[in-house]
Design a protein around this ligand. Structure first.
Ligand SMILES: [Zn+2]
Length: 333
């Protein structure tokens, strides 16, 4: 059964595969607590739960919270939200960087200034099999990222550690990608022994290049059409058109949908975000995207695949194949 913040559930139902509950900057909040974006766990948890209940009313049952280390993951707060909402929240592990590793990891491991053991995979496996911090909440997905700078040495270490944790546990992988970098991501993961059908290439939906997207699909991966509402990267009409085109070409069984939104994120000025991206919120897919897809000929069966069946298949691993107490293979390179 798929793991969620509240424990295993029988079925995730309709699932948004790339969202965030909280994006936090702990060092800012520790040192300037009086800023307007300031942090009050209970108040923010109630606010987030309200947003998730509104999502439930639109027919969505679950979100995957891809907030990993590097984005201000704080699972005790997410657990409080989970207590207050009927929406399932799936937690993730991994590391978010486009470039260098945070010093804790960057100054350890192979090739680092001080050497020692690379702890990335060890920590990821612990999150998946024992739980995150002292919360007991188990992660159910791995995440790694590259962006415009491409596969930097820091990113490469994260990808290798994610692959190692995946091979040790069976947990599915998702990425943050930047066109055409999804192909490099696939190459590296495949070289590490990962079956690419266990991988979601995230933010693929930022692209409108069918040839690129079909090359990713030929590798066997799922594509994250997962930034609906971030119109400055790719506008609504283009995002809808590319999903409709991919469905028409028979790929609905490899697409997942989401917004990449946050219930609360101290990294953005909320007023500016609302002004520049008025549709960047959790209800945009239910209210605007699905009707637009139907208008373009996407069928109910295809919507069911993208929202329900594909996420169910991606998370099927937790039912039988997640071992506990598995330690990852030692990194040798
Ligand atoms: Zn994201």
């Amino acid at each position: 059964m798929p793991e969620t913040v509240k424990g295993p559930v029988a079925d995730l139902g309709a699932t948004l595969m790339h969202e965030h509950v909280f994006g936090l900057s702990p060092e800012i909040l520790w040192n300037w607590p009086d800023i307007p974006e300031g942090w009050d766990l209970e108040a923010r948890a109630r606010e987030a739960a309200g947003k998730l209940e509104a999502l439930k009313a639109e027919g969505i049952d679950s979100i995957v919270d891809l907030t990993v280390v590097g984005l201000g993951r704080y699972v005790p707060a997410v657990r409080r939200v989970a207590e207050l909402t009927s929406v399932n929240i799936v937690a993730a592990t991994g590391l978010y960087t486009y470039d260098a590793l945070p010093p804790y990891f960057g100054n350890r491991g192979p090739g680092s200034l001080f050497g020692g053991q690379d702890r990335l995979a060890e920590f990821f496996v612990r999150d998946l099999t024992e739980g995150i911090g002292r919360t007991g909440v188990k992660a159910a997905m791995l995440k790694c990222a590259t962006d415009e700078p491409g596969m930097t040495p820091g990113c490469r270490r994260v990808f290798r550690a994610v692959a190692e944790a995946h091979l040790a546990t069976g947990a599915p992988i998702t990425t943050h990608s930047h066109e055409p970098g999804g192909l490099d991501q696939q190459r590296l993961l495949a070289a590490c022994g990962v079956d690419l059908s266990r991988v979601v290439i995230g933010h693929a939906g930022d692209s409108t290049d069918l040839a690129y997207l079909e090359e990713l699909l030929a590798g066997g991966s799922y594509l994250g059409m997962d930034r609906f509402g971030i119109d400055t990267i790719s506008p609504f009409a283009d995002r809808v058109r590319i999903v409709a085109d991919l469905c028409a070409r028979g790929h609905a069984d490899r697409l997942v949908l989401s917004h990449d939104s946050y219930c609360f994120n101290d990294r953005f000025d909320p007023d500016v975000v609302r002004r520049r991206h008025p549709d960047y919120h959790l209800l945009h897919i239910s209210r605007d995207v699905l009707p637009a897809l139907r208008e373009r000929g996407v069928t109910e069966d295809q919507i069911q695949l993208m929202l329900v069946d594909n996420p169910r298949r991606i998370f099927a691993w937790t039912s039988t194949s997640a071992p506990t107490g598995t330690s990852p293979r030692r990194t040798t390179s």
